[in-house]
Design a protein around this ligand. Structure first.
Ligand code: CA
Length: 494
């Protein structure tokens, strides 16, 4: 069979519960849904380390963080190591990496082995971003999602028609600070975004890790995040540190949106928290709307060029995100909203349209799957498994029913404790070992280690930690044995 083209579209921090094909109550994403409708949707796709750079490194290498070298956000990726794009290149693929790379700027971290590459510096800017094009710095005018889209369309149009291609189209959006395009700046102006069921979670059954997390909508969003005029004298501090904690009294207290310049006052703390939530979510969803347009343009071009049949298109994001769930933004925790990645894929030659699978797949499996689809032997040292069979046959067996997770960045950025854990189809067991272990960017203070157990069938929102409930004692013994077996199999000895 002819080797398929592969278009891997990935965003940064887009949670699946902000996609209409996953049942979003907040927005519609017709072009993301089109991939799902013409192909299939995975409802249990998880990442092994819910943080940007580490997840990207897992995707490229098919190896866990501790083996690919990107354990925390501050670790540079050594791009000389084995990756699936390089292996595809060796069998004749033309490869391109466009957009957000975010795997370091030093040493050997540039994506030099792609046939074409143009990547944002670090996190990248939403407007007029500085990019590195084949090693040369260049500033591009315009909105970042549009720039990455146009570059991707140009790569497809200018492809070598005798060869298959891999296009990695990686968007910055909808990463913080959630700055929308001009086109969508007024989208949702007259709409009230519904709050999630767990918006006012009090963490009462959880260990202290949840209470110490500094990523609440209520306390930790900043003037920059919410596009509010900062008070006089506070602008000297880096904008991301200007958090807006609720005041002691609401009397005379106001916040001023930059777009109107008109101060807003509040009758209650609930009203204040909701005001922040609305501003956060609306900008986030506006950023998503531009990505959805981008996907539509790519799908339309494939039709126009007559290559849709031969092309695999994937849409995913590097991890999930809290969209006010548990009162939070950001990710990092092993909780569902952060752990789960959107994953939709179409490939008309092999995938029946409209399929939905609840079989578990991981970011660790992507590299192996793409190699398998291209007919390339999967190297023995990759740690995931191909799910090609699941794509081709709805009766194919699951490739795994439990997964190993680890977050290493102890207390960094948002104060989340380091932890590892196991998720099965029914349970999640998390161990907060709460130590830095000398990893880059961590804070060298310890916390009292703690366990949490969730019965996912009874408690899908993970509000009820049942670790101390005697009726789960036998289950805990089994889950602990499985956790340490998975950890050993992953060759994680720390
Ligand atoms: Ca991310």
């Amino acid at each position: 069979m002819k080797q398929p083209n592969i278009i891997f579209i990935m965003t940064d921090d887009h949670a699946s519960h902000a996609m209409s094909c996953y049942g979003s109550k907040m927005n519609v994403t017709p072009n993301m849904d089109r991939i799902a409708n013409e192909g299939m949707r995975f409802d249990n796709c998880f990442c092994t380390n819910s943080i940007c750079a580490p997840s990207r490194a897992v995707i490229l290498t098919g190896k866990h963080s501790h083996l690919n070298g990107v354990v925390t956000l501050l670790d540079d990726f050594d791009a000389r190591q084995q990756t699936f794009p390089k292996l595809l290149q060796t069998v004749g693929y033309k490869t391109a990496m466009i957009g957000k790379w975010h795997l370091g700027e030093g040493g050997h971290s540039d994506p030099v082995d792609f046939d074409y590459w143009c990547v944002l510096h670090g996190q990248g800017d939403y407007y007029d971003p500085l990019m590195k094009q084949q090693g040369v710095d260049k500033r591009f005018k315009g909105y970042v999602t549009d720039i990455i889209t146009d570059m991707s369309l140009d790569f497809i149009k200018g492809r070598d028609k005798d060869k298959p291609f891999l296009l990695m189209c990686h968007h910055k959006a909808p990463h913080r600070p959630w700055i929308p395009s001009e086109k969508y700046k007024d989208l949702y102006n007259d709409v009230e975004i519904p709050q999630p069921e767990t918006f006012n979670d009090d963490y009462s059954t959880r260990c202290d890790a949840a209470r110490e997390a500094e990523m609440t909508v209520d306390h930790d969003l900043t003037y920059r995040d919410l596009k509010l005029v900062p008070p006089e004298g506070q602008v000297k501090v880096a904008p991301r540190f200007n958090k807006i904690a609720p005041p002691e009294s609401l009397d005379g207290y106001t916040l001023t949106p930059v777009e109107t310049g008109i101060p807003v006052s509040f009758n209650s703390y609930e009203e204040l928290k909701n005001f922040k939530y609305q501003r956060y979510m609306k900008d986030y969803l506006r950023c998503v709307a531009s990505v959805d347009d981008s996907i539509g343009e790519i799908l339309d071009l494939l039709d126009k060029e007559g290559i849709a049949e031969d092309t695999i298109v994937v849409y995913t994001s590097d991890q999930g995100f809290f969209l006010g769930d548990h009162g939070w933004y950001d990710k990092r925790f092993m909780y569902e909203e952060s752990l789960r990645m959107p994953f939709v894929i179409k490939y008309p030659k092999a995938i029946q349209p409209g399929r939905v699978s609840d079989k578990m797949i991981l970011n660790l499996d992507f590299a192996e799957t793409f190699l398998d689809l291209a007919g390339v032997k999967i190297p023995d040292d990759m740690q995931g498994q191909s799910f090609k069979q699941i794509l081709e046959d709805e009766n194919a067996p699951a490739i795994q029913t439990e997964m190993y997770y680890r977050y290493w960045m102890h207390l960094a950025d948002h104060g989340i404790w380091s932890h590892y854990g196991i998720r099965t189809m029914d349970y999640k067991l998390i161990y907060y070992y709460a130590e830095a272990l000398g990893k880059s960017g961590t804070i060298d203070e310890t916390r009292e280690p703690a366990w949490e157990l969730f019965d996912l069938n009874k408690d899908p929102h993970e509000l009820n930690n049942v670790y101390d409930d005697p009726q789960y004692a036998d289950i805990i013994v089994k889950l602990k044995a499985d956790l340490y077996k998975l950890k050993a199999e992953a060759q994680d000895n720390e």
